[in-house]
Design a protein around this ligand. Structure first.
Ligand code: 4NP
Length: 171
């Protein structure tokens, strides 16, 4: 239901926008995405208005720091993600966040399987939502080398530009 404040646009000004980035393990792609997105948002007129988090659909890395290769890749671009810790996606995340942006189609299917009624469409592919590529996926770099992590970083960097542009347009 729309409150009078929402109708007049007041609460949209004050309410944070809540974004959750999702991958499988929450130690490679989604913490890298969280790092680059946070930096880009803080450099934009949206600074201070966005609540950002990341999660994995799997539970293997709960409370773990990001993969050393993800930390190194982010550090190479001037961003420190070493303080992030893994957590698993929950059903409650669908109530708490406005958008749940997934790295690949498998993450999207697994996330949507948890969605309470009426919230399924909050989950989307990150690259598609950001306007980078319809149906685009961020490949899992876990079994790859530094070049795979660099490739993922470049995709996430483009996604971050698209996310900031879309949030500015729509907020
Ligand atoms: P991520 O990468 O989903 O980008 O965090 C992975 C990390 C760990 C595993 C798979 C993918 N794993 O199987 O443990």
């Amino acid at each position: 239901m729309t409150s009078p404040a929402q109708k007049h646009g007041w609460s949209r000004m004050a309410e944070p926008l809540r974004l959750l980035v999702i991958c499988l393990g929450n130690i490679c792609r989604s913490p890298m995405a969280e790092g680059v997105l946070r930096a880009r948002i803080e450099d934009s007129p949206l600074a201070g208005r966005v609540e950002l988090d990341s999660a994995g659909t799997g539970d293997w890395h709960v409370d773990c720091c990001p993969d050393a290769r993800a930390i190194a890749s982010a550090a190479g671009h001037g961003i420190d993600i070493s303080g992030l810790r893994g957590r698993q996606l929950t059903r409650e995340d669908f109530n708490r966040f406005d958008w749940l942006l997934c790295a690949d189609r498998s993450n999207l299917a697994n996330a949507r399987a948890l969605a309470p009624p009426g919230t399924r469409d909050k989950a989307a592919l990150l690259l598609e939502w950001a306007g980078v590529e319809r149906g685009g996926e961020i490949p899992d770099p876990y079994t790859g080398g530094p070049e795979q992590f660099e490739y993922v970083w470049r995709l996430l960097d483009r996604a971050a530009d698209g996310v900031v542009a879309r949030l500015q347009r729509e907020s």
